[in-house]
Design a protein around this ligand. Structure first.
Ligand SMILES: [Cu+2]
Length: 728
């Protein structure tokens, strides 16, 4: 398996992603495919907000406050379970179950007419888990009921430590600063099928507000369950207004939520985006336990890894049941075939969905500033998020008609032509928070960035990004997962991990109504924040005009760690397996023991291929990112102001280095590109207990790329100060 991972497959030719060379042949192709699309009546799929649990209102005022802040879109799935708010207690009933639903598929050759039947493990019986919203100081009680089948052939005596026990689960609140122990955010629990478990997560009153998420984290079944759709958005919404610093409290906690409104106090509209990459396939098999889920069944016959079928030209199109009565519904069941290959998502032909919908159409008014919360809930593929103005091609406008059709390969040429990413077409994203934590300064993601290069919002699995966005005028826009040039992708083994082989349309955006913005969009947004907050002290308001969010950032800078407090996490896949620091996960071993309320510097590296560092409970500060200079020394990619060195910028057609903009930013998940050294600093604040550090490429985690860390009261006391000393 390790060799399979490290092997470098031949990748499909990468298109010229930013060029707009329209050849005659392409136009003919476009016209033909558009006519085909018209005749097959492509269906428009409206953008849906994530599912929400039915509420039992014990505290209607709180509910009204929460509801006033968000846009509730149409959602076709009502999840099983409930949410009850009573004072500071938020009680959630959450079910993990295997459920039947459909995933829309824009391929007109789809046997099921564009709605693929699937049976997947997920929360509440919906493709996306219900959005859960809490406030700082809440106690979040989640009664998790595992309704999966107790008959689980994947659960053998040899599991753990490898993949398996796909029906056993637990719950992780990704990014929350809460206790990892007992029945809190404890990922070392096993919640067996047909049992339930009462989680109680005490969110401290000083917890930052922001965008977090939850997902199963039981070692061995994490990737399988998340790739099935078991993930949901967890919002911490705060109402702590700005207060002036004092000698006693030099940096009072304040929530960015309190400034995101217009001059009349009307909150900016929010849109939530849970990106999922559900790698479903059909199988030919009898019911378990009779050798289930052995072979992926496509219209081209059995799918075999390594054969010519393992290319993007042969996606996992399911055969019709009329022709193949034994074909199963779409499922995520076979770890090796569906999850554990770096190229599997790119070649499966499946589409990234947003809140359970593939290529939805959303409508936005021009000139309206919205807050978009992005959550990457896929398991191992980069999403290069860009928003670009669509170009009509000849007399056709596929984006206006929400009419792209075909599998991902079929759509390639149309996406490249309809959604050209250039400095002129790019709609900037103004990032206000990374991994849920408000930044000290608005970050502008747009073209031209640096030396004319294209800015992208790089989302790696586990990442969150909150952006403000405004569309300058009526028209049609594309939400794009931009392709990365071959040399920047994972597959060529030289680093990267920056995106798919071909650009993919994630959503159609129709902008109509409202008013055009003719001024610079960044000034427009900053001015709106200024105008919306007249009661702030003048210097603070003036700061907003320059994108200064420092008063609302929960963290500014960590004090340096003692020189002795140096830790490393070195990721590698080798003959011994999936390893951190030369060892694979052993649930019985504590790999790192540290003392609570101390600070460490960590050096993160990857050998051979990139990995994604994630640590539970405490965020970290990105201190520096270095790379090897021609003389062999390590040089920072940042200049003295924290901007990317111009030497680090690619040519005008390249993507900007994804570490640009992360200087001294706090986050909880970070890409570790091979050929780079990533320097971070973290403070083990407040909580003791055992938790984990792992690669957030979740199939890597299940394969052993994880370690246990124990935070103890006192390193010098017997047992670290945990438990009473016994005298005999
Ligand atoms: Cu990894």
């Amino acid at each position: 398996m390790a060799t399979q991972f490290e092997s470098v497959g031949s990748s499909p030719a990468s298109s010229s992603i930013n060029g707009i060379a329209v050849t005659t042949a392409m136009l003919v192709f476009l016209t033909a495919s558009f006519c085909a699309a018209q005749s097959s009546q492509p269906k428009i799929h409206p953008f849906e907000a994530p599912p929400t649990l039915s509420e039992t209102a014990e505290s209607p005022v709180t509910l009204a406050q929460l509801a006033a802040n968000r846009t509730v879109g149409r959602q076709t799935c009502q999840p099983k379970g409930s949410i009850t708010r009573d004072g500071n207690i938020v009680s959630v009933k959450l079910n993990l179950s295997r459920a039947d639903f459909t995933i829309n598929n824009p391929d007109p050759t789809d046997a099921y007419g564009g709605e693929d039947p699937v049976t997947l493990r997920s929360y509440g019986g919906c493709k996306s888990g219900p959005m859960i919203e809490v406030k700082p100081g809440n106690t979040l009680r989640i009664e998790l009921t595992n309704q999966l089948d107790a008959n689980d052939p994947s659960c053998t005596a040899s599991q753990p430590p490898g993949p398996g026990c796909y029906n056993t689960t637990n719950l992780h609140t990704h990014g929350l600063h809460v206790s990892p122990a007992g029945n809190s955010d404890n990922v070392l629990l096993n919640i067996a099928p047909q049992t339930n478990f009462p989680y109680e997560i005490n969110i401290p009153a000083d917890h930052p507000s922001g965008t977090f998420w939850y997902h199963p984290h039981r070692h061995g079944s994490t990737a399988m369950q998340v790739a099935s759709g078991a993930a949901g958005i967890l919002i911490v919404r705060g109402n702590r207004a700005y207060t002036a610093p004092s000698a006693k409290n030099p940096h009072p906690m304040a929530d960015v939520d309190t400034i995101l409104h217009d001059g009349r106090g009307v909150n900016l509209k929010e849109q939530l985006f849970l990106f999922q990459q559900i790698a479903y396939a059909c199988f030919k098999n009898g019911p378990p336990p009779a050798t289930p889920w052995q072979q992926i069944f496509t219209t081209q016959g059995m799918y075999e890894v390594g054969s010519s079928g393992d290319s993007a030209s042969a996606p996992w199109t399911c055969p019709k049941p009329e022709s193949e009565p034994q074909v199963s519904r779409g499922a995520v069941e076979n770890f090796d075939l569906q999850l554990s290959s770096p190229r599997i998502w790119d070649t499966s032909g499946r589409f990234t969905s947003i809140n359970g919908v593939v290529q939805p159409t959303m409508t936005v008014a021009a000139g309206e500033i919205q807050r978009w919360r992005f959550v990457h809930a896929g398991i191992h593929d980069t999403i290069n998020l860009q928003v670009v103005r669509a170009s009509p091609i000849g007399s056709t406008n596929l984006i206006a008609a929400s009419a792209l059709s075909g599998n991902r390969q079929d759509q390639k040429a149309n996406v490249a032509l309809s959604c050209p990413a250039t400095p002129e077409t790019m709609v900037p994203q103004f990032e206000i928070a990374a991994d849920g934590l408000t930044r000290t300064k608005l970050r502008t993601l747009s073209g031209p960035g640096g030396s004319g290069a294209i800015g992208s919002n790089y989302l790696q699995p586990g990442y969150r990004s909150d952006v403000l966005i405004v569309f300058p005028k009526d028209g049609y826009y594309c939400l794009l997962d931009q392709a990365a040039p071959l040399q920047e992708r994972v597959l060529n083994g030289k680093g990267g991990g920056q995106g798919p082989s071909i650009p993919q349309l994630l959503a159609y955006i129709h902008v109509k109504g409202g008013h055009a913005v003719t001024t610079d969009l960044q000034s427009y947004v900053e001015r709106a924040l200024y105008d919306g907050n007249p009661s702030l002290p003048d210097p603070v308001r003036q700061g907003l005009l320059k994108g200064d969010l420092t008063p609302w950032a929960p963290f500014i800078d960590l004090p340096p760690a003692p020189a002795t407090n140096q830790q490393t996490a070195s990721f590698a896949i080798n003959a011994q397996g999936f390893q951190i620091n030369g060892t694979s996960y052993n649930p019985e071993v504590i790999n790192v023991t540290r003392q609570v309320n101390t600070t460490d510097d960590w050096l993160l590296t990857s050998t051979g291929a990139p990995h994604i560092f994630h640590i539970h409970v405490n965020p970290f500060e990105v201190i520096d990112v270095t790379t090897t200079a021609s003389d062999g020394s390590q040089v920072s990619i940042f200049d003295k102001n924290g901007n990317c060195n111009s030497a680090m910028q690619p040519g005008p057609q390249g993507l900007v280095n994804q570490y640009c903009g992360l200087y001294h930013v706090f986050r909880d998940t970070l890409f570790v590109e091979n050929n780079y050294q990533v320097h971070i600093r973290t403070h083990y604040d407040r909580y003791i207990g055992e938790y984990v550090i792992h690669c957030h490429i979740l199939d890597h985690e299940d394969n052993g790329m994880m370690m246990n860390i124990a935070i103890v009261p006192d390193l010098n006391a017997p047992n670290g100060g945990v438990g009473m000393t016994h005298h005999h």
